[in-house]
Design a protein around this ligand. Structure first.
Ligand code: GDP
Length: 197
């Protein structure tokens, strides 16, 4: 897919106020510092469409970007647990789960994980949350330039082993590096494919 245009549309923390258009949308989410802004900037060929961590004023908002006038790229805030009062049960922040549970236009989510780390419980729990709620998602491994191919394979294998304990299939996944421009065509090609099916 060739990116002809990428424009910021709006930021808010209320799903009801997200764009009313029925265009297909794709959400990008992960822990903060995972490389999400860099990935979005790589995908859209823009240096600073999404704000990278180094920039001040980064807020906890749902950001909509209109791409090629026919789909939305949604930059979600880094997730973390929100504690339920008087209980130790941990849940994800409410406006994030509301987004996933209410946003009918959402085609798929891309859950970003840093390829350098062993599977982390918060990421696994978030994937479990999506799976249990029937929300399609792919895993996007980031910062692949930081590891040798063998180590990349090993870390993906670790994810597979853990996820296949609970799920029948390993989700779709992509190996990316924003600094080396890796994985861009695969990701955009996948979105293009979904937009046309
Ligand atoms: P965000 O908080 O998830 O939006 O993460 P950023 O995109 O701001 O990236 C966090 C840090 O990781 C920054 O210092 C980036 O330069 C670095 N980073 C992001 N993507 C890559 C990558 O593909 N390779 C490498 N080596 N560093 C990256």
């Amino acid at each position: 897919m060739h990116i002809k245009s990428a424009t910021f549309v709006m930021s808010n923390s209320d799903v009801a106020k997200c764009p009313k258009d029925k265009l297909p949308e794709y959400a990008f989410i992960g822990r903060s510092n995972v490389g999400k802004s860099s990935l979005i900037n790589m995908l859209t060929n823009r240096k600073s469409l999404a704000k990278t961590s180094g920039r001040p004023g980064k807020t906890q908002l749902i950001n909509h970007f209109l791409i090629n006038d026919n789909w939305f790229l949604v930059d979600l805030p880094g997730y973390g647990y929100a504690r339920v009062s008087k209980s130790t049960k941990k849940v994800f922040q409410k406006f994030i789960t509301e987004y996933f549970e209410k946003r009918r236009q959402l085609i798929t989510a891309f859950v970003l994980v840093d390829i350098r780390h062993k599977p982390q419980s918060i990421d696994l729990e978030f994937m479990e949350y999506l799976g249990l709620n029937g929300i399609p998602f792919s895993i996007v491994f980031t910062k692949a330039d930081k590891l040798k191919p063998k180590a990349i394979e090993k870390h993906i294998e670790d994810y597979k082993n853990i996820l296949l304990e609970t799920w029948q299939d390993m989700p779709n996944y992509f190996v990316t590096s924003s600094s080396k421009n890796i994985g861009k065509d695969e990701l955009l090609g996948y979105i293009d494919h979904l937009n046309n099916t």
